[in-house]
Ligand binder design. Structure first.
Ligand SMILES: Cc1cc2nc3c(=O)[nH]c(=O)nc-3n(C[C@H](O)[C@H](O)[C@H](O)COP(=O)(O)OP(=O)(O)OC[C@H]3O[C@@H](n4cnc5c(N)ncnc54)[C@H](O)[C@@H]3O)c2cc1C
Length: 370
């Protein structure tokens, strides 16, 4: 993408001198429920992609108390350095303590790019840090590029998802962005990667912090409804006609390990599925291995939430439906005929495999070959 606007061209020597002091690509590594969030690892993949272009180091920023054990995992997923910021007042997430600690780190080390996940706490945090260090923030991006001037292009859906906008931060640093979970795929871990862990001491005064966590209560998410982790998603649209017919999609999803059901906004607004199962611009961004798009048109607001799926299978009665522009395999047909046939065929193949397996095992036990 090319950004030719005069806004992108900075000639003021003062500004150029100031921004040239900022180096390195940072990723906010978020720990939640004693694990690194998956978006933190996805951000490292995005940072490595950018670092191939800018030739800058990738650093992960790990905040908390007793979190050093996550440093190795961050290095294995692409970090060259981990800034470790530990303090008893960081043991639970609070906007004021976390933003104060991060602002101190940013002002001291001066990164050029700082990426956050676009989830609840990280969105809150990124905006507060941006204000404290006096820079801009592009929220809810889905893609990042480096332009011909070496600036970060922060690409986000706009105008109700009909257009993609490119946001630049040409005059201040760091260039700060929140990225929707699922926009990038985490790199496979490489335990042999070497990296540096650098501790950073922050000064936090309890009397200056307004928020105190008294108790944390965690809502348990049914793993079958965790769309960001699901390997296979069976998504339905208004073509399903009513809530009852979603049984068909639940049956298809149950045939896959880690299969989940999702829907379009229209479906969730009708109450056919709960809102947390909505995929798209105002719902979840997902990138499963396999995405079934069944009886849904493929409106741009839906596509921005699922187009990074590895394989997309679309079933629609209308051969002109936009979903056919993005799918890997398209079936033009009535879903009420196609889906039951698909279910039967998958069941048949699974049954065949399970009868073949004992025979193969018996053959292997006798030392024979096929
Ligand atoms: C600001 C904004 C944000 C939005 N955010 C989102 C979002 O996050 N997610 C989202 O999904 N949408 C979102 N939308 C809504 C979006 O624009 C579309 O209206 C919505 O995605 C359409 O849902 P649908 O595909 O289920 O319905 P439709 O567009 O009505 O499509 C139904 C499809 O079913 C097919 N069909 C009908 N009968 C059958 C059959 N028997 N067999 C096979 N196919 C059949 C039809 O050919 C049609 O293509 C947003 C809109 C706005 C303005």
């Amino acid at each position: 993408m090319s950004t030719q606007s005069s806004f992108a061209v900075v000639t003021d020597p003062e500004i150029l001198k100031k921004i040239s002091q900022y180096k390195g690509i940072w990723v906010y590594a978020e720990v939640d429920d004693n694990t690194l969030t998956s978006v933190s690892l996805e951000l490292l993949a995005a940072a490595r992609y950018l670092s191939n272009k800018t030739k800058e180091d990738v650093s992960a920023v790990l905040l908390g108390y007793g979190v050093e054990r996550f440093a190795k995992e961050l290095i294995a997923h692409g970090a060259d350095r981990v800034y470790l910021v530990e303090h008893p007042l960081l043991s639970s997430y609070t906007s004021d303590a976390y933003s104060e600690a991060l602002a101190q780190l940013v002002l001291s080390k001066k990164p050029s790019i700082f990426l956050f996940g676009a989830n609840r706490n990280a969105r809150d945090l990124a905006s507060r840090v941006a204000v404290k260090v006096e820079t801009g923030l592009a929220a809810d991006c889905i893609k990042l590029e480096i332009n011909e001037r070496g600036q970060l292009e922060q690409i986000r859906p706009d105008f109700g998802g009909k257009e993609l906008s490119v946001v630049l931060t040409p005059r201040t640093r760091p260039q700060m962005t929140t990225i929707r979970p699922g926009s990038y795929k985490a790199l496979p871990p490489d335990p042999s990667r070497q990296g540096v862990v650098e501790r950073f001491q922050v000064e936090l005064k309890p009397e200056k912090l307004k928020i105190k966590v008294l108790k944390s209560v965690r809502e348990k998410l049914d793993p079958k409804e965790d769309l960001e982790k699901a390997k296979v998603i069976v998504a339905g649209g208004m073509g399903l006609k009513n809530k009852e017919n979603f049984k068909l999609l639940y049956e298809l999803a149950s045939l896959f390990e880690g299969g989940a059901v999702a829907g379009t906004r229209s479906v969730c607004e009708k109450g056919w599925l709960p809102h947390h199962l909505q995929v798209g611009q105002s719902g979840k961004t997902v990138s499963p291995t396999l995405y079934f798009a069944i009886g849904l048109s493929g409106a741009i607001q839906h596509l921005v939430g699922m187009q990074n799926s590895e394989v997309i299978v679309a079933i629609n009665i209308d051969k002109e439906a936009p979903i056919f522009q993005v799918c890997t395999y398209g079936i033009v047909g009535d879903l009420f005929e196609v889906v039951p046939m698909l279910i039967e065929e998958i069941k048949r193949v699974k049954a065949q495999k399970s009868t073949q397996k004992p025979a193969q095992e018996a053959l292997a036990a006798t030392g024979g070959s096929e």
